[in-house]
Write a protein that binds this ligand. Structure first.
Ligand code: S3P
Length: 444
């Protein structure tokens, strides 16, 4: 591995986001985190050498690159540019005894699905304090049902201990809660299992793994919303790919543009997988002028340009449980829009937010109240009552990248500005966030 890589988040930084009259311009947002994790992992078990253009350069994806290298996969190049991964084949990973997943939940939940196909014995997967608090039984339990040796620590938490070398049996898993990470892990395990492995979800979650497996020559079956793999699969050939812009990163600028875009904020080259873009429908319902200009597919997925303009007449809305999976990471931003909307906005059926990088229900309510906004927790969501002005104040990112960025956007649209402690955590998914906001005219 040569060249620069991210990984450390640097010293504690407090950012003061100062109110601005308007934001305008065109931004190329960072490339997609979910697709980058999957591309690196599937390239590692490919029969070929895979070239990945523009993989996201962030702390989270650096963790996945490190994990791939820790499985004795040769990697050239650098994140943010081009990475060339010399795949070792489906059963060729040789993992080190311990792998550090840092803050990356997607890595910790997908990697066991691949490691069980190796001959590894007792590989320990651990992470930072935030990851150590996140539930892992949701992947360990289904894999054990299939016969795999995957164990959590007490309470279903990391570290995980994973061993390979066991023949798995295919079976059906009906997930009680939609989760692309759990679905992906089970499908990856299905590559090694005898017979068919099926996963159903209450509402479909993002399907990047299924798309990438199909592109790699693996048949992914689909019946009545459930997806399945017939194993064991012998070969996987991920084609070379370019990673598109990340809708979840674009979402911060979409909301900034809805509050301040004049004449407009333009975001080209963004992944528009319909299982990721639920925020667009909610924004439109709230009265936001947001336009989608479709472009050519990137990485076998829809992509295009988003254009958003300021709206001074936002209306409250209700976000229903069925809408949650397609906007799971964007729900806190709905809270911010709601702070400026007429009426009370409610988000329901989103209890999953409590087990993200932080408890995002508590965190969104605390952050908004810290800015003088009327917000309250619900057991499975939150309610926010809007006003013409967001007064401003201070908040702590709480080791959650998405709250560092939400605080910055809120400050720009506020009366007095917002001070965001622990802002450096934005680097988990979007290291140059403050710089990009400044390019649109923000003072941060
Ligand atoms: C992700 C799936 C979602 C999302 C996370 C990334 C993925 O998590 O919140 O940021 O890449 O598969 P869940 O699968 O836990 O819903």
């Amino acid at each position: 591995m040569t060249g620069a890589r991210s990984g450390s988040l640097g010293a504690m930084t407090t950012l003061f986001a100062t109110p601005v009259a308007a934001l305008a311009g065109t931004l190329h947002v960072p490339t997609d985190k979910s697709i980058t994790h999957r591309a690196l992992l599937l390239a590692a078990v490919s029969d070929r050498t895979v070239t990945i253009d523009a993989p996201l350069d962030s702390a989270d994806t650096a963790a996945t690159l490190g994990a791939v290298e820790a499985c004795r996969v040769a990697v050239e190049g650098h994140l943010g540019g081009r990475v060339v991964v010399a795949g070792r084949g489906l059963r060729g990973l040789i993992p080190s005894p311990a792998i550090d997943c840092m803050n990356a939940g997607t890595l910790m939940r997908l990697l066991p699905g691949l490691l069980i196909g190796s001959q590894a014995d007792h590989v320990i997967l651990d992470g930072d304090d935030s990851l150590r608090g996140r539930p892992m039984a949701r992947v360990a339990t289904p894999l054990r049902r299939m016969g795999a040796a995957v164990f959590t620590s007490p309470g279903g938490l990391p570290p995980l201990v994973v061993s390979g070398g066991v023949q798995l049996r295919g079976m059906r898993h009906d997930l009680a809660v939609s989760s692309a990470q759990v679905k992906s892990c089970i499908l990856l395990a299905g590559l090694f299992a005898d017979g068919e492995t099926w996963v159903s979800e209450p509402v479909p979650s993002r399907d990047h793994t299924e798309r990438m497996l199909r592109a790699s020559g693996v048949e992914v079956m689909s019946v009545d919303g459930a997806v399945g793999i017939r194993g064991p699969v012998a070969h996987l050939n991920l084609p070379d790919l370019e990673v598109p812009g990340d809708f979840s990163s674009a979402a911060f600028h979409l909301v900034a543009g809805a509050l301040l875009g004049d004449p407009d904020v333009r975001l080209p080259g963004v992944n528009l997988n319909p299982l990721r873009t639920g925020l667009l429908g909610v924004m439109r319902r709230m009265g936001v002028d947001v336009e989608v200009i479709p472009g050519p597919e990137v990485a076998g997925e829809p992509a295009g340009e988003l254009v958003v303009r300021r709206t001074d007449d936002l209306r409250a809305t209700e976000v229903s449980p069925e809408e949650v999976p397609a906007m799971i990471d964007e729900l806190p931003l709905v809270g911010l829009l709601a702070a400026r909307a007429r009426g009370t906005t409610r988000v329901r059926g989103a209890a999953e937010l409590r087990v993200k990088e932080s408890d995002r229900i508590t965190a969104v309510v605390r952050a908004l109240r810290g800015m003088g906004v009327a917000a309250e927790e619900l057991p499975d969501g939150f309610a926010v009552t809007g006003a013409p002005t967001i007064p401003g104040g201070s908040m702590d990112a709480g080791h959650d990248h998405r709250f560092a960025m939400l605080g910055a956007v809120a400050g720009l649209a506020s009366r007095d500005g917002v001070r965001v402690a622990g802002f450096e955590v934005a680097a988990v998914s979007y290291p140059r966030f403050a710089f990009d906001l400044a390019a649109l005219g923000a003072v941060v």
